[in-house]
Design a protein. Structure first.
Length: 91
């Protein structure tokens, strides 16, 4: 399972992502794709990261059952605290 949340990305780019993922709400994509497809899509998102920001959450064999990655200029950041992902907000 993959969840991708994007802010301030162009509609054209969002339309491109909808080829592989369902856009449940504006900027929120959900799907069940292979690791290779997920990594390629994340590379595309990362290249467009200057426009806005994005968070990728995907199933993984971790304590919490998922991993998180961020790009762009988010108001929050992911911190790995002894194998547990935590969210840090900017003050």
């Amino acid at each position: 399972m993959v969840v991708l949340v994007m802010e301030n990305m162009s509609e054209g780019f969002r339309g491109e992502l909808s080829k592989w993922l369902i856009e449940a709400k504006a900027g929120v994509f959900v799907g069940n794709i292979s690791t290779a497809v997920r990594e390629r899509l994340w590379q595309k998102v990362f290249k467009h990261g200057q426009e806005g920001s994005a968070v990728l959450i995907y199933s993984a064999d971790t304590e919490q059952g998922f991993c998180m990655e961020m790009c762009g200029i988010p108001h929050r950041s992911v911190i790995d605290f002894e194998g547990i992902f935590l969210i840090k907000t900017k003050e």
